[in-house]
Design a protein around this ligand. Sequence first.
Ligand code: CA
Length: 570
Amino acid sequence: MGHPGRGWMLLVWIVAVSFLLADGRRLRQPRCPSGCTCTKDNALCENVRSVPHAFPSDVVSLSFVKSGFNEIAGGSFIHTPNLQLLLFTANSLDLIDEEAFLGLSHLEYLFIENNRIASISPFAFRGLKALIHLSLAYNNLETLPKDVFKGMDALTKIDLRGNNLICDCKLKWFVEWIHHTNATLDEIYCSGPSIHQGKKINDLQPHSFDCITTSNISSIDQEYMFNRVFLLYVHNFVVSSFLEFASYQLLKFESISVESFNFGNEQFVVFAQPFTGTCTFLEWDHVEMTFRTYDIIESISTVVCKPIVIDNQLFIIVAQLFGGSHIYKRDTSSNKFIKIQDIDILRIRKPNDIEAFEIDGETFFIIADSSKAGSTTVYKWNGIGFYSHQSLHLWYRDTDVEYLEIANKPHLILSSSSQRPVVYQWNRIQKKFDRRTDIPDMEDVFSVKHFRVKGDLFICLTRFIGDSRVMRWDGAMFKEVQTFPSRGSMVFQPVFVSKWQYAILGSDYSLTQVYQWDTNRGQFVPSQELSIQAPRGFSVVSVDNRVFLFASSFKGKTQIYEHIMIDLSD
Ligand SMILES: [Ca+2]
């Protein structure tokens, strides 16, 4: 499975390219059980009644969402020994049997979340020698059987948030284990007994347990649980209408990025299609009410097609993993895209992201470079072409860049695998970006995107596995507002539609979660789930008083949703 976040785009590329090569020769499609959707290496099963026995042999990650079985029986995965990641979310599981995961000696990630698990057999996890990340978050666990993690020597991360753990004698072994293990544990709190209620389990000492007296475990403070956590919010007010992204149109291609833009008073969308290697442009057909093909720029291994409009001229920056990156211009007299410039291949070797911005009336774009030898570089428009203005961040492998204004001053945030995101500030005198600070306690951030609510500045930080976060600028630094468990997330994108602020958290292993900003709470609350295979980016287009959301899918069909309000008042 590799280290999440490190050189991801490249890894994804290598997998994708080898998939293409392999697939050309082998015509026989692997079997995918009914109720499941399979890609080359991933299967996602929805509403299945039991664990299917056979999966295509190349499947290494397997997810169950909203399934109808209540227990994971012993030996359920004996026929799928190659699994590296296994995820159960929003199921009705209440029991994990002995040796439930027998035979999964390569399993590295196990997520059993948002279920109703109250009981785990002492030998439930037997045989999981390679497991590095275990999550049992948001279940009904009151205790853990003694030595349940025995033999799991590779564990580096355990997530037990959102359970009702009773810190009595039965859990003493666990407190001792916490003090000895190398694994990190998110902060969790005792739901009882009264003597320990509300205390952090991580702070308890084994000697704080008086194991002769019996404890009263009847009172569990419901209100105390997960005040930081959004998952259990219940809308208990009467609704007369609700908002939804409804499926509108399916596009028959994969895409790794999507950008919308306005040119000549028309709305366009451009996708980077990595496999065919093109930038594909769509335009809105006002008569047919669909998006139709407008044009294509042929290229190879395209990662981003970035539109920039300067003085009614349209430029497209085409970033490629192989063969360099190029700039095209729309020639309106011949209605063609014409290549006008190549981008310096010494600086840009593995482009991962592009952002365009204006400072004091001048147009810039920046390419984040994810190779060690290359360098994230700012380019500036000089009236004829773009020239390199400043290289930042030598020897970093940047995965993403975000341009934003903090207190009316231009800033950049660069994300880099296994480093903290770094904040640069524009120096108006020298006309360069200076390193200002970094964002603390946030390693392994894949990308950062900002949004504003009533003048407050927020950022969404994406992590592949772990917690994605929303943070708020407090005038001096970014502070955490909310965390969102990420299970294979390469995009966590704020999206503004009409008057509603959303954030969409993609997942390669589960459903994509749409959150809506709740003004009263000052937080996001869950609003919808979307089924998108390997989502990589979203973009909003408003045409003819309608609003569409484009969702790029790296391994499936690119999707278009329409934002609609459903009235329930009749
Ligand atoms: Ca970006």
